[in-house]
Design a protein around this ligand. Structure first.
Ligand code: ADP
Ligand code: MG
Length: 365
């Protein structure tokens, strides 16, 4: 069995690590030489927009999946039209590729989001500010990640330059939500419609980049977990989804708003490699390959700390600690770049906090 992955970053790398134990072989299609996943699999370097290369890639692999959603939706739709080899299907990419279409999709399903206004050109900015109010946040409609392509507005005057500041491209403007906390749900649906759900986790972002995930999140009522799961069920049923789906959520008073979703394995699910019975990576592959899904239940309590920009000099020391798992992706350090992560697992939240503080102390982060 051979699986092709579009993209060769750390998500592909961890999918390959999980798939080896299932006896799966991999080919990675990447636009960059020397990608993290390239160390572990056959690699093809090419352009995601080259039809001939993509058709050949689909032919060489039994199944195809992807690790980032910025792909040519039309091309993938045309290649995968008469086959179910691509998972999740190209239809979800059409929804996900633009922030505004995602929000509309959620509204059609009755899933609440922050109030949002589409800014197609600069003349729409004043209406956006008026309709949604201040404070708010402008985001490029396409291609944003890790907080890139965003500008927070705290007074009307700051809106004047936003169109130019964000590159004169279509935007969305959202009301700023003073949420209590950010949560996310990783769900997985198999080819027969059965779903499993990881517990809600709490995420802490710094400058728009995920820094820390607590798994499971503390003080989650069964009702809150069920509500989040019901959002994932609605999305998946609507498009006959196969694979891992991640929902980023804001808990705000009694409301659970959806911020965005990802049709792939997700950074807030990395803890599941050591912290759950079955990891998100294994379950994503199991779903795509037509296998039954593994148990998503956590084994104890986990914290996942991203290594951003630099790798601490003391990282080798950490590898010797019990219940501390270091993942380095093999990427060149750059400010704001995710270079690896550390997962700490413990039997209760008290000892987890102690262990995490120790890890932070050793690393100086
Ligand atoms: N409407 C909002 N209100 C409050 N915080 C927000 C809002 N939108 C985004 N954020 C903050 O910025 C982070 C990044 O925004 P997000 O929409 O998830 O973009 P990205 O695609 O870069 O992850 C979020 O995780 C959250 O912390
Ligand atoms: Mg996000």
């Amino acid at each position: 069995m051979k699986v092709g992955i579009l993209g060769g970053g750390q998500l592909a790398q961890m999918l390959i690590q999980a798939g080896r134990e299932l006896g799966v072989k991999f080919e990675v299609f990447t636009s960059e030489q020397g990608c993290p996943a390239g160390q572990l699999a056959e690699v093809t370097v090419g352009s995601f927009n080259d039809q001939a290369q993509m058709v050949a890639f689909f032919k060489r692999n039994h199944f195809i999946t992807y690790e980032n959603e910025n792909l040519s939706v039309e091309l993938l739709q045309s290649i995968s039209e008469n086959s179910s080899s691509l998972f999740p299907s190209a239809n979800i990419l059409e929804v996900i590729s633009a922030r505004f279409s995602q929000k509309q999709f959620f509204h059609h399903l009755g899933i609440p989001t922050a109030p949002v206004f589409f800014v197609e050109n600069s003349s729409d900015v004043p209406s956006a500010l008026e309709k949604v109010g201040v404070p708010g946040i402008f985001k490029t409609n396409r291609l944003g990640y890790d907080g890139k392509g965003q500008k927070q507005i705290t007074c009307l005057a700051e809106g004047v330059t936003v169109w130019n500041d964000l590159g004169s491209v279509p935007l969305v403007y959202e009301q700023w939500i003073p949420f209590e906390r950010e949560l996310s749900l990783v769900a997985c649906r198999d080819r027969f419609g059965k779903m499993v759900f990881y517990p809600l986790v709490e995420n802490i972002h710094k400058k728009g980049i995920l820094e820390l995930t607590w798994a499971p999140a503390e003080n989650v009522s069964p009702d809150l977990q069920r509500l989040a799961e019901s959002y994932a069920v609605s999305v998946c049923q609507k498009i006959n989804y196969v694979g891992v789906l991640a929902l980023e959520l804001f808990q705000w008073g009694t409301q659970l708003l959806i911020n965005e979703m990802a049709s792939r394995v997700h950074n807030t699910g990395h803890w599941s490699i050591e912290g759950a019975q079955t990891s998100q990576f294994e379950n994503h592959l199991r779903a795509g390959l037509g296998l039954s899904l593994g148990d998503p239940q956590p084994c104890g309590y986990s914290a996942m700390l991203n290594l951003i920009g630099t790798i601490p000099a003391q990282i080798e020391q950490l590898k010797k600690e019990i219940g501390v798992f270091v993942h380095l992706y093999g990427k060149n350090p750059q400010p704001g770049r995710k270079l690896g992560h550390i997962t700490v697992v413990s039997e209760n939240t008290h000892s987890l906090k102690d262990k995490l503080n120790r890890v932070r102390g050793i690393c100086g982060i």
